[in-house]
Each structure stands twice: as structure tokens, then as C-alpha cells.
Design a binder for this molecule. Structure first.
Ligand SMILES: Nc1ncnc2c1ncn2[C@@H]1O[C@H](COP(=O)(O)OP(=O)(O)OP(=O)(O)O)[C@@H](O)[C@H]1O
Ligand SMILES: [Mg+2]
Length: 460
């Protein structure tokens, strides 16, 4: 917007018109420069020609006068001599004799046409003249004056200029027209691309550009098509993940509702009942019966506390905020160790893993939680190892590498992705990291590795 404000032509003139304007300007400047050079050279050549005509006439007159006989009526001969210049286009010759005067103007090459006065001024050929004294046999017969008349030559140059300009115009006009048409055709695919981009901008990623194009534009078209395909893929992936997320949310809500209904509801009802019984026994004075109900209420409350704690645990990893990541993972390992005493658990966590953002710690915890549960559910391992290492990287500014490996049966061929691995991938990508799942050494077991850059964590 600001750029367009600074340059009003920027938005008003199309690229096509601007290119044509540039070509026309180049033609005009070349024509101007060529014309100037031609003018200077033509002016010099006319000047040279005028000087030469003057010198030749001077010599001719001097030679003729020298050959005249004073006794043979030289006046008549002199008039004949001047008359011999009739038809000369470069000189005006006049005789100022004793008793006779004759002026012979220069012959007009084209009597009806003249070069325009501005052109004559532009050629700037200075007039020159010469006087030849007429001394014959010691007697003075006057003088012959010679003056240069350049307008015939200037008219010739003017006519040549006219012809050349016509030829140039005949050449330039079709050239400019051809360029105009060619640019129009060359730019037409850009309109299609602009239309395609507008559709992509509007969320339609199915659009693709087809058709043959020049190499420069075909690269643009291929990049556009790749971009649209990638956007379509990402949009489909987004939709799928959203659906999955909604499904998981629904599933989690119904599980919580079921737990509230099955585990919390009956105990609240039981507490209510016990409270009513206590009131009844108290009113009837049966104090000895009250203790049983009080004990029952205590047990129900203890049960409710356990249920609420377990529900909270599902909503948020227990102990992560209170004790930190290392402690929370240690609890998790203890939990599984109690249920699988034969499995050897190994835990190696770099101290740098702790103290990051809550999002980073939750991500790591959830990855380890899912990997542990996968290994024990699907792999039947003898050993499970959890490793969180801190790696420094001059370029990327450091990262945490979370590796969970087991020596179990490994992933069966053709095993599909469940919510566990999908969700893990999604969490890692959201942190700007990379997740890889591969067989362990010798193809045994499974190794899940998540690389999580710390830079994003700071920026987040
Ligand atoms: N450590 C492992 N050892 C062997 N097979 C594994 C292991 N981890 C994952 N798998 C295989 O990969 C599949 C996908 O795992 P994923 O965690 O995505 O889904 P799931 O565990 O089957 O279901 P859930 O959505 O409850 O996690 C599993 O069904 C299993 O076949
Ligand atoms: Mg799983």
C-alpha cells in the first residue's frame, strides 16, 4: 500500500503498458541520438561542400580572367563568364563591373520546396563569400562576388531525413505492435495463476494449473501445483486429526461420565443414606448404631477421594507440577514395575530435561507414558529403557532427545497406527520436533525417538 502510494504509476499502469512504454522510449531516444549525430555530420559535410564550391569557382574565374585580352571587349567576356555559372546550386555570383552589374542567383534544385526554418537553423551552416578583382591588362573592370547558398543542400538533407524517418516508423510501429501482442500472450498464464492463487486463498486446494508454458513459468506452475497439493494434504490431515481429537474428547468425556455415574454417584447416595440413618438413630436415641454409619461414611469418602484423584490423573499427569518431570516419570516407572516385576526398567534422564515449559514437560511425560504402555501391552519385553538426553547444537540452539526402547517382539508387520503413535507424532510436531519409530538393534523390540528443540520452547 505504501509502495503504491509512493509511485502512482506502480498500480495504474499494467506491466504490458510499462514494457511497451520502455521500448517506445528506447526507440525515441535512439532516434533522437541518431538524428543529432546525422545532423552534425550533415552540417559539416554541407560546409565542406560549400567551401569546395567557392574555391573551385574562385580558381575558375581567376584563370578565365587571366586569359582575357583587354583589346577584345573583356566586358562581354566577363558577362559570359558570370552567365556560365547559371544552373550552379551552391553559389550566387554577381559582377559589379564599371558600367554593368549582373547578379546570378543560385539555381533552386526544387523551386517550390524549402526546408523548414528551424531545420535550417539547426544545420547552422555559416555563409561565406569571396571577391575576385577583375584586373585585365592593368585596367580595373570591377569585381566578381561569390556567395555560398547552402539551402539546396539543406533541403536535400531534410528530404533524406524525411525518408529515413518514414522507414524507421514503418519498422518501429509493427515492432512495437508485435512486442505488445507477444507480451500480452506471455503474461496471459499469469492471469490463470492469479486466479489459481485466489482460489487457494479461498481454501480450495483442489485447483491445479495445466497446459504448456515457457520454462520460467512452468517452474512457477510446478511449484504452485506442489504447494496446492501439500496444502490439500495438510488440510486433510488437519481434518482427520480434528475428528480424532473430537472423538478422543468424546471418549474421555463419556469415560468420565461413566466413572462419575458408576463410582461417585452410588457412594454419594450411600453417604446420603448413612447421614439420614445417623439423623434417625440420633432422634431415636440409638447412639450405639451411629458409629457403624459414621465408619461407612468415612470409607465412602476415602473411596471417592481415590476416584477423584484417579480422574484428575487422567486429566493431568499427577505430580508433574508438584514434583517435576524426573519425579513424575519415576512414579510412572514404579507404577509399571509393581505390575510387571519381571521387566527390567532403566531410567537415564539428563538434569536439563527439567525446568522447561509446562508444555514441554507434559509432552515428554505423555510420550514416555504412551511408549511404556505400548511396550508392556504389545511387546512383552524383558527390558525397557527410557533415556532423555540434552544435546547442544550451535545452529538450532539445543534440543532434548527422548528415547524409549524395549527388547520385546517389535512392531508386527502391517500394524496400523493407533491413537497413541498418532497423538505422539502430533504432540512432537506441535513442538517443532521430529518423531521416529524403528526396530531395535538386530530388529528386536522397538525404539521410539522424539527430538524436541529447546528454541521453540523458549519462543512459545
Ligand atoms: N513397543 C511396541 N512393541 C510392539 N508393538 C508395538 C509397540 N508400540 C506400538 N506397537 C504396535 O503399533 C500399533 C500402534 O500403536 P498405537 O499406540 O498407535 O496404538 P494402540 O496402542 O494399538 O492403541 P491406543 O490408541 O490405545 O494407543 C500397536 O497396535 C502395536 O501393534
Ligand atoms: Mg498405544
Amino acid at each position: 500500500m505504501r509502495g503504491a502510494g509512493r509511485n502512482p504509476w506502480g498500480s495504474a499502469l499494467s506491466l504490458r503498458l510499462r514494457l511497451i512504454g520502455l521500448v517506445a522510449l528506447i526507440f525515441a531516444v535512439s532516434l533522437g541520438l541518431g538524428g543529432t549525430v546525422a545532423c552534425i555530420s550533415a552540417s559539416r559535410s554541407i560546409e565542406r561542400e560549400m567551401r569546395a564550391a567557392l574555391a573551385v569557382a574562385q580558381q575558375t574565374i581567376a584563370a578565365s580572367v587571366a586569359g582575357l585580352d583587354p583589346d577584345q571587349h573583356p566586358e562581354r567576356e566577363l558577362q559570359r563568364l558570370v552567365a556560365s555559372f547559371r544552373g550552379n546550386r551552391h553559389l550566387r555570383v554577381s559582377l559589379e563591373g564599371k558600367g554593368s552589374e549582373v547578379t546570378l542567383p543560385a539555381a533552386d534544385a526544387a523551386p517550390l520546396s524549402r526546408a523548414p526554418s528551424w531545420f535550417v537553423r539547426l544545420m547552422a551552416v555559416p555563409p561565406s563569400s569571396a571577391r575576385v578583382p577583375l584586373l585585365i591588362g592593368g585596367r580595373d573592370y570591377g569585381v566578381i562576388t561569390l556567395e555560398t547558398v547552402p539551402h539546396n543542400e539543406i533541403l536535400e538533407v531534410w528530404n533524406e531525413f524525411g525518408d529515413s524517418s518514414l522507414i524507421l516508423a514503418l519498422f518501429s510501429l509493427p515492432t512495437v505492435l508485435l512486442i505488445y501482442v507477444f507480451i500480452g500472450r506471455a503474461l496471459r498464464p499469469l492471469d490463470r495463476m492469479a486466479g489459481g492463487l485466489a482460489r487457494v486463498g479461498g481454501g480450495d486446494y483442489s485447483v491445479r494449473l495445466e497446459g504448456a508454458l515457457p520454462p520460467e513459468l512452468s517452474r512457477l506452475r510446478d511449484s504452485f501445483n506442489r504447494m496446492a497439493a501439500q496444502l490439500a494434504e495438510m488440510s486433510a490431515e488437519n481434518r482427520r486429526l480434528n475428528q480424532q481429537l473430537l472423538g478422543l474428547q468424546e471418549q474421555e468425556r463419556s469415560e468420565l461420565a461413566r466413572d462419575l455415574h458408576d463410582e461417585v454417584g452410588p457412594f454419594l447416595f450411600a453417604i446420603n443414606l448413612d447421614a439420614a440413618n445417623i439423623r434417625r438413630h440420633a432422634e431415636a436415641g440409638r447412639v450405639s448404631l451411629i458409629a457403624g454409619h459414621v465408619e461407612a461414611i468415612g470409607e465412602a469418602v476415602a473411596h471417592l477421594q481415590r476416584q477423584v484423584k484417579s480422574m484428575l490423573g487422567r486429566l493431568r499427569p499427577i505430580g508433574l507440577a508438584e514434583f517435576g518431570l524426573i519425579e513424575a516419570i519415576t512414579h510412572l516407572v514404579d507404577f509399571w514395575q509393581r505390575r510387571h516385576p519381571a521387566v527390567e526398567f532403566r531410567l537415564r534422564i539428563a538434569p536439563e530435561a527439567e525446568g522447561g515449559s509446562e508444555l514441554m514437560e507434559t509432552t515428554i511425560y505423555r510420550i514416555v507414558q504412551e511408549c511404556l504402555s505400548n511396550a508392556l501391552r504389545h511387546g512383552r519385553p524383558g527390558r525397557v529403557e527410557i533415556r532423555i538426553a540434552h544435546e547442544t547444537d550451535a545452529e538450532e540452539g539445543g534440543r532434548l532427545r527422548v528415547t524409549v526402547s524395549d527388547d520385546g517382539e517389535g512392531m508386527p508387520s502391517g500394524a496400523g497406527l493407533g491413537y497413541g503413535l498418532l497423538g505422539m507424532g502430533e504432540r512432537v510436531r506441535a513442538m517443532g520436533g521430529k518423531l521416529s519409530v524403528a526396530g531395535g538393534p538386530g530388529g528386536a523390540g522397538l525404539v521410539v525417538t522424539a527430538e524436541l528443540p529447546l528454541a521453540l520452547q523458549v519462543a512459545a
